[in-house]
Ligand binder design. Structure first.
Ligand code: DGJ
Length: 722
């Protein structure tokens, strides 16, 4: 947990004394921000990182390299402005680009003031700068999260003038500069069904940009930058970051000829603009930057614990239920009788939450109709939802339901009544994705319609779980009837209202769990994660593919947010066993998606045993620290270790995807021993299924061979201390 660096009176005195003796002294400040004696320089530290900011004699706020905190022992040289702008010499990537009312496009910032504030328990440095001539005020924040080895950066711009609008053509959230070195960038990109594929590339001179322009990503804004060739998992320097935003975003990795790398990220202002009228302000989303010397696993530890701590508070520490979801069993063909039959079997297997997916609402016979009309389909459910939910509740199951608020089918009552509610441009082809259009959620009437529809649904029915889907990319983002100066900020308003809609519903229905879905993992980020309890990771439920997708997911996000269903899907025709599928899905929040009414007794027996096994380990799986000790990206196996916070209990998932003859592949030439990590060296551990006792030191330094042979085989080993 957060350890505040509390400076006692004694320390303060000592510090002041040292300050008087030292040449570049700093005065004591609470938290991890120290202000220099002149009040115009700051040293910011986390557990591993150090960052210095200084105001130059000319009033420029400059940043010294971000990296190892020992660098603060020496006076560094400013590499880039803290808030690089368009103006003057073209140096690096600007964070702010504006056009003033008289057409001037250059900004000249000058330091005005600073203060240290506390935001949600963490110290933050706020620096305010003004343009030397024009009425533009720029405040930038650095919120310090020492135990996560991260800082959060964001910026607010204000038009302080009395007349004339300022057009903001670009406003990024933050920038840091890395010392001169040769670097490699790892980021995560993907496509439907293949989310979060790690991509590693050298950063050569020039700019590498990762970005989203159509609201869908299947990847992540999270990234890692390491000195070239330094690949150890557990040690070594890594700079990392992630943007807390769900609309369009971009991150630039700008390698200067001198060798430094500037990383700047925020909203993507591609085809976007914000118009600031006198007195108006605009604030960027938050961008996280971190630095660790604990390799990629250090990054995971930071990002995952940050995400975990920022999950919606109401369910944050609660164990996630075992789910059933009807999508793969029924697609759109849902009715009361079959849903009840599914629920009955689900209950017998040990499921706790029964979720009806797409297909339940008016006119939804296939994906060509119904979206937007959020009342029950009386042809499929002549008695409405209520009696069915009551029967499901009477079985001892909670009930959940699928919705896709942001969309409308042209074949719907909503579209027929309000064709102007969708994003569109006149005289342009109207692009439909999965036969649907996007509602212009920037409009207040659309927001109110959606709020009313879903609050009525939740009020009238005992619904404990919402699966919130979003199944297409953004195109034709037109709203030409709005005032002209708002045309290009429509996407920003949309995302604001999306957050507002989720937050309003959550506030009104605090007991309800919310799942975030976007045709699988098309919109997973730290901003959604702070508003939703879980994510549907991928529509690809093939267990082998899932091992890869889940390995990446667990690099960036907590296991208790990763929903994984066992389904009949077999994308590569490998006929994996039911046990293997369960073992893969048990690595996160377990769900079942088969048509279980068709299961034979043997299949039900396997499922019942597996669900019971999951319940026995889920506390460790959902709440423990996850280490990806053998990566599927490197060989034919994957080994995941989940460890309790007290390090006395662990669960090991071992997956074998293929078996190769000895000594034929790089992997089979290496030792089969797997070293565990994060245990207590002196404590003795028993591993279920291996009848021996080992010290933690042995397991971590020598390692053991997990007994598992054959292709598509898996085992789960419980490790307990005694
Ligand atoms: C896409 C989701 O990813 C699926 O799980 C399912 O909910 C369908 N949409 C329903 O249309």
């Amino acid at each position: 947990m957060f350890q505040k660096i509390i400076i006692t009176v004694k320390n303060k005195f000592l510090h002041l004394l040292l300050g008087l003796l030292a040449v570049s002294s700093v005065a004591a400040q609470p938290g991890a921000i120290k202000t220099g004696n002149d009040g115009k320089s700051w040293d910011i530290t986390t557990r591993s990182s150090g960052y210095r900011l200084e105001v130059s004699a000319k009033g420029e706020v400059n940043a010294i390299c971000f990296g190892n905190s020992l660098n603060l022992e020496r006076a560094g040289r400013a590499t880039v402005a803290e808030i690089p702008v368009r103006g003057g010499y073209v140096l690096g990537t600007p964070m702010i680009e504006v056009i003033f009312p008289d057409g001037v496009r250059d900004i000249e910032l000058e330091y005005k003031s600073s203060e240290i504030v506390t935001i949600d328990g963490y110290p933050a440095l706020k620096i305010t700068q003004n343009d030397k001539y024009y009425p533009l005020e720029v405040s930038s924040w650095i919120r310090v999260l020492p135990e996560f080895d991260m800082i959060e950066k964001w910026v607010e711009v204000v038009n302080t003038g009395k007349k004339g609008d300022i057009r903001v053509e670009n406003l990024l959230s933050g920038s840091v500069s890395l010392p001169k070195d040769a670097y490699e960038l790892t980021h995560y990109s993907g496509v439907w069904g293949y989310e979060f594929v790690p991509q590693t590339t050298k950063l050569t001179q020039g700019t590498k940009t990762i970005q989203v322009k159509d609201f869908k990503s299947y990847g992540s804004s999270s990234f890692m930058v390491r000195p070239e060739g330094e690949n150890d998992k557990y040690t070594g320097k890594v700079w990392f970051g992630s943007l807390k935003y769900s609309g369009n975003w971009r991150i630039d990795f700008d390698k200067y000829f001198a060798g430094n790398v500037q990383i700047a990220g925020g909203m993507n202002f591609w085809d976007q603009e914000v118009n600031l009228k006198p007195g108006q302000s605009f604030t960027s989303p938050r961008m996280l930057f971190g630095y660790t010397e604990r390799g990629a696993e250090g990054v995971t530890a930071s990002l995952v614990s940050y995400a975990r701590e920022n999950l919606p508070a109401v369910h944050c520490n609660r164990l996630r239920p075992v789910l059933y979801n009807s999508w793969y069993a029924t697609t759109f063909d849902v009715n009361e009788e079959h849903q009840l039959a599914l629920a009955k079997v689900a209950k017998e297997l040990g499921v706790e939450m029964f979720v009806i997916d797409d297909g339940w609402f008016k006119g939804r016979v296939n994906d060509k109709a119904g979206l937007g009309d959020w009342t029950v389909d009386k042809n499929k459910f002549p008695n409405g939802l209520k009696p069915m939910i009551e029967k499901i509740n009477a079985m001892g199951l909670d009930f959940g339901i699928w919705i896709e608020p942001e969309m409308v089918n042209p074949n719907s009552d909503l579209y027929r009544a309000h064709p102007d509610w969708v994003f569109h441009f006149p005289n342009r082809q109207r692009h439909e994705g999965r036969n649907q259009l996007i509602l212009n959620l920037a409009r207040e009437d659309v927001f109110q319609y959606l709020y009313k529809s879903f609050s009525t649904l939740l009020k009238e029915n005992n619904i404990k779980f919402i699966k919130w889907d979003m199944n297409r990319v953004l195109a034709n983002p037109g709203w030409t009837s709005a005032p002209a100066d708002e045309h290009r900020s429509v996407r920003i308003k949309y995302v604001e209202n999306l957050y507002r809609l989720v937050e309003t519903l959550r506030k009104e229905f605090p007991e309800v769990w919310f799942e975030n879905c976007s045709s699988g993992g098309g919109r997973i980020d730290l901003a959604m994660m702070s508003r939703f309890d879980f994510n549907w990771t991928s529509d690809n439920t093939d267990p082998v593919d899932r091992i890869f997708i889940q390995d990446s997911y667990l690099t960036l996000f907590p296991a208790n947010t990763m929903i994984s269903w066992v389904t009949q899907e077999d994308w590569h025709r490998q006929n994996p066993s039911l046990e293997f599928k369960f073992d893969v899905s048990m690595a996160g929040v377990l769900g079942v998606g088969y048509d279980i009414t068709k299961w034979n007794e043997q299949e039900k027996k396997i499922a019942t045993e597996k669900i019971a096994q999951y319940k026995a380990v889920r506390e460790t799986v959902q709440k423990g620290d996850v280490y990806r000790i053998v990566s599927p990206f490197e060989g034919n196996r994957s080994v995941l270790q989940y460890t309790d916070k007290n390090r006395k209990k662990a669960v090991i998932f071992v997956y074998q995807m293929a078996e190769y003859p000895a000594n034929t592949t790089e992997e089979t030439q290496r030792t089969p021993l797997v070293k565990l990590i994060g245990l207590l060296p002196e404590v003795r551990y028993k591993i279920e299924g291996i009848n021996e006792v080992f010290s933690g030191k042995y397991l971590m330094e020598v390692g053991i061979e997990f007994p598992l042979r054959g292709a598509l085989k898996s085992r789960i080993f419980s490790v307990t201390s005694f």
